[in-house]
Write a protein of this length. Structure first.
Length: 294
């Protein structure tokens, strides 16, 4: 297998992220005191390089929305100083009347490959992030997501199972945009009913040819790296999407709360059949995020 691409990671300075300042608050991934600090690119490289990572995709980490260009500048500087190639999925407010002025500003940075505005909403307030459950069906958001195609930008899609029907409609309405499902659809309900709802929603998403799925963030609700759970999610997602539409992401340093990079990679390598590894750990990310070709 050629060099591994990590399609989902974060770096940060604590002072730039409002959610890392002040007392800890309830979060989707549980207590986070160990990462309530700076996590610079040098530490990320210490974590990922021994696993063979040669390139990575930074995903926006919820700076204050008005500072989304500062976030892009910070990550670009980290890439310049470290010499490590980093592509960027930036934030943009997709609920404004016309997102194109924001996209014009983002497009000035050649590292930007896509946009993420998190849409996930849950009845459990601890898991709730978006302002409402059905933003994927909002006409303004649909129009703005469609405009991403003009820039060659993808849309990182973050929803729970109950929102997947609306997300599939959004993808169908924007056929020229590639959607990158976050964390294999964030399965949080491991009851038979919850798993069935997740699989049904994932099938709806997989039926849209412009959606791919990240195999990432699978410890979020367990608060541990569970190889059996990783194996199940990876197998189900691969069966629905195919290896050419799946890509690995570490979600570091969030997953660092409960595991090492080496242990995380080992769980995914064990779960992904050998014949699918080149696609999952390299080729899909390169295609979707338009990364350099060796």
């Amino acid at each position: 297998m050629t060099g591994l691409v990590d399609s989902h990671f974060h770096i940060w300075r604590q002072a730039d992220l409002p959610w890392l300042l002040g007392p800890m608050q309830p979060r989707i991934f549980g207590p986070y005191e160990p990462i309530r600090r700076d996590y610079p690119v040098a530490e990320y490289l210490e974590d990922c390089r021994p696993a063979g990572v040669t390139e990575a995709v930074y995903v926006q980490a919820n700076w204050a929305p008005a500072r989304h260009l500062d976030e892009v500048a910070y990550v670009s500087q980290a890439s310049d100083e470290s010499g490590f190639p980093i592509a960027i999925v930036a934030y943009a407010d997709m609920l404004v009347d016309d997102v194109r002025p924001q996209l014009d500003a983002l497009a000035a940075n050649q590292r930007v490959r896509g946009v993420r505005m998190q849409l996930h909403w849950h009845e459990n307030t601890l898991y709730r992030f978006a302002s409402g459950p059905d933003l994927a069906r909002d006409p303004k958001l649909t129009a703005n997501v469609g405009r991403l195609a003009e820039y060659g930008f993808s849309f990182d899609l973050q929803v729970f199972a109950g929102q997947m029907a609306g997300a599939a409609e959004l993808a169908a309405a924007c056929p020229k945009v590639t959607f990158v499902l976050q964390h294999a659809g964030m399965l949080e309900d491991l009851s038979p009913e919850g798993i069935a709802a997740w699989r049904e929603g994932m099938a709806l998403l997989a039926a849209q040819p412009n959606i791919v799925s990240k195999l990432s963030g699978l410890g979020t609700f367990l608060r541990r790296n569970d190889p059996e759970h990783v194996g199940y999610i990876d197998a189900q997602t691969l069966a629905l999407f195919g290896a050419e539409r799946c890509l690995f992401g570490s979600n570091f340093p969030i997953e660092k709360l409960w595991t090492s990079y080496a242990e995380l990679i080992a769980a995914h390598l064990a779960a992904v059949p050998e014949g699918a590894r080149e696609a999952v750990f390299n080729e899909t990310a390169r295609r979707v995020y338009r990364l350099r070709q060796d």
